[in-house]
Every structure is written in C-alpha cells, then in structure tokens.
Write a protein that binds this ligand. Structure first.
Ligand code: NAD
Ligand code: UDP
Length: 347
C-alpha cells in the first residue's frame, strides 16, 4: 500500500459513516480518472459499492472524479499499473481501463503504452488471482487493425501492422487479450474481454486529439475543422453511457463469457458525415480543411454486436445526433470554464 500516493485517503479516518470495504461490494477501477473509467466509478457509487480508483493521471483528469473524492466510499490512488499493485483491502471486481486511448496521446511514449498494456495487464491479472476477483479488460476494435471485412465480428482475426505508429497500442491490446486468455486457462482467473469501438460523450478531454473532441471544439471556437484524408474513412460512434452499460452487463453476466465481446454502436458514418453533423448541431460556420491521412489509419470500422445482444441482452440506445447534442453542451461548458475572459466560444 505504501507505494501509493493517496489523494483522498485519510479524509475518511474517524468519520462515523465510513463504510466497510467488504470484498463483495468493492470494485477497483484502474484508469478510473479517464473518460470511461470515471463513468464506471460513478455507476458503482450509484449502485452502493465502494470504489478504489487507481490512475497515473497521464491522460485522465482529477476534474472527472472531483465530485467523488470526498465520498467515504471512494478512494483514489495515484499509481502506474506498470508498477506492482497492492490494495488496502479485498475486491471482487476489477476493471482494467488504464491506457491512453487517443492516437496522438498513446504515440507520445509508445514504449510506455506497450508496457501499460502488457505489464499493466499482468499486474492486474495477478491481483485478480490473489483476490479471486473477476477482471474485465478494456480491449478495442483496434485489435482488428485496418479490417478487410465489415462489419467486424469477434471471430475476425484482424489486419494489424506490427511496426507502425499505432502498433504500440494495437499490438499491446492484442497481447493483453492473450494474457487474459492464458491467465484464465492456466490459472483459472475469472475474465471478461470487451472490444470497445469508438466512444464519445461528456467527460472527454477537449485536448485529447480524437475526432469528436477535435471537431466539436473546432466548431465551437469557429476555427477550421481538420479532416484527415478525404474524410471517406468510417467509424461507428457509441455514446458513453450506452458503452458503460454494456461493460457493466458483460461484467455482471452470469454466463461463462471468457471470450471477447464487441461493445459498440453499429451505426457507421464517414468522417465527412460526422463533420457535417457537428456543424449542423453547433450552428457553426467553421470551414473544412483537409490534412494528410495518418499512416495505418483504419478505413472502416463497424461492430457486429450480435454476441452482445444475444448473451447480454444489451444494445446501444442513443442516436448519434442525440449523443452529440449532450457532448456539444459538455464541451461548450468546458471551453467556457477554461477560456480566458475575452476568448470566443461560438455557441
Ligand atoms: P482515457 O485516456 O480518457 O482514460 C485512460 C485512463 O488510464 C486515464 O485516466 C489515464 O490517466 C490512465 N492511465 C493511462 N496509463 C496508465 C498507467 N500506466 N497506469 C495507470 N493509469 C493509466 O481513455 P478512455 O477513452 O477512457 O479509454 C479507457 C480504456 O478503454 C482504455 O484502455 C482504452 O484503450 C479503451 N478503449 C477506449 C475507446 C474509446 O473510444 N474511448 C475505444 C476502445 C478502447
Ligand atoms: N480524424 C480526423 N480529424 C481529426 C481527428 C481524427 O479526420 O481532427 C480522423 C482520423 O484520421 C480517423 C478518425 O477520424 O480516421 C477517428 O480518429 P480518432 O483519433 O478519434 O480514433 P481512431 O478510431 O483512429 O483510433
């Protein structure tokens, strides 16, 4: 425990209402200060659980969890998953969300991204084994690389470059899936693997460089919308709350589900169509500008979610336009909060 820098620890000592962190009602969210991890923390607090949130704050932000920090049933530990992990008490559920998800962010230090995926997975799997906890891996549609089939179903083996700018993430996530599979077979660890497709929504970092963050902030500021390539490549965008409900359904499903499961929204849009929707919904007059397509940028992505629908009874509910409205309003308030007095935000 002493390797942790605990931000919230100690505030709870002596409080009458300090809850007991029983194994059965305690969850660990690694990467819990990130976009998706913070929402998972929130959902478990709502469900009456105690939550350990562990994060190195490399791409996550304390502002994502600031409303939870003072709760006695929430404890934050600043820690890197690459280092060995011990916890102050037992847990029954572990989410491994710890990894930068945005291409420009995970490419800043590719070796650390690979270490996060691989050593981080080993450390968390060992922890799951010690605590007899179920552990869910946040895997990704990137394991399919630049796919030659569409939609992508779980049995598709992928088309991934081992030596490109995206490889640290794609191959790291593939290796992590292998580690999960082998810990399950060789050591009986109770695993779940979610292959997450592009997700957006409130809580994203406006500066993370992902397409939704870029387009919405550019539209709100009235500056050019940066389309990489001709914008003909496709993505399928899932709203944050739909995605997190899918992860919870997978984690709590009583069936034996150790194999990977796609979680995403099958609605498929070109990047040019996304730009058009963002401009229409913000009422912005930002011009479009075209930039070179990054190397190995996948040309299409669309999940086949029949396994998730059949086994979990889950499907996404939020349409892109509705999710974008929520996201635009969140980004507008983030920009207002961070903008100098005289800065212009269009809506
Ligand atoms: P994010 O960058 O907002 O969150 C990741 C969190 O992990 C951050 O809080 C970051 O500080 C933390 N982190 C990174 N490296 C760490 C390390 N070595 N030790 C401890 N903490 C570390 O990203 P997100 O969108 O919330 O994604 C969460 C997870 O879901 C990631 O594993 C990502 O690969 C996966 N995923 C996300 C998407 C998506 O579209 N959002 C798609 C596919 C997969
Ligand atoms: N993209 C874009 N403009 C931007 C950011 C991204 O055209 O300002 C494109 C990017 O080339 C990719 C798609 O949008 O084709 C999704 O990019 P993102 O980084 O969000 O996620 P990816 O699915 O590539 O990991």
């Amino acid at each position: 425990m002493n390797q942790f820098l605990s931000v919230s620890e100690g505030r709870h000592l002596g409080q009458k209402d300090t809850p007991v962190y029983h194994r059965r009602n305690t969850v660990l969210v690694a990467g819990g200060a990130g976009f998706l991890g913070a929402r998972i923390c929130e959902r478990y607090i709502e469900k009456g659980y105690c939550v350990y949130c562990l994060d190195n704050l490399s791409t996550g932000r304390l502002s994502n969890i600031s409303h939870l920090l003072d709760l006695p049933q929430f404890r934050f530990f600043r820690h890197d998953v690459v280092l060995p992990i011990t916890l102050p008490g037992p847990v029954s559920l572990i989410y491994n969300m710890a990894c930068p998800a945005s291409p420009p962010r995970y490419q800043i230090d590719p070796i650390h991204t690979m270490l996060t995926c691989v050593t981080g997975a080993i450390n968390l799997l060992d922890l799951a084994g010690q605590h007899k906890a179920r552990i869910l891996q946040a895997s990704t549609s990137e394991v399919y690389g630049d796919p030659s089939v569409s939609p992508q179903c779980e049995s598709y083996l992928g088309n991934v470059n081992t030596v490109g700018p995206r490889s640290c993430y794609d191959e790291g996530k593939r290796a992590a899936e292998t580690l999960f599979h082998d810990y399950h077979l060789a050591r009986g660890v109770d695993i779940r693997i979610a292959r997450i497709f592009n997700t957006y929504g409130p809580g994203m970092d406006p500066l993370d460089g992902r397409v939704v963050s870029n387009f919405v902030t550019q539209a709100l500021k009235g500056v050019p919308i940066t389309i990489y390539g001709r914008g003909a490549q496709t993505r399928s965008f899932c709203y944050r709350d739909d995605l997190v409900e899918g992860l919870l359904a997978l984690m709590h499903c009583k069936k034996d589900l150790a194999a990977p499961v796609n979680i995403g929204n099958p609605g498929e849009f070109t990047i040019a169509e996304l730009a058009t929707q963002v401009l229409a919904l913000t009422g912005s007059r930002s011009p479009l500008c075209y930039r070179p397509l990054p190397q190995d940028d996948p040309q299409q992505r669309r999940p086949d979610i029949s396994v998730a629908m059949r086994e979990l009874g889950w499907r996404p509910k939020v349409k892109l336009a509705d999710g974008l409205r929520q996201t635009i309003s969140y980004f507008a308030s983030e920009l207002r909060r961070n903008a100098p007095q005289d800065a212009k935000v269009v809506v």
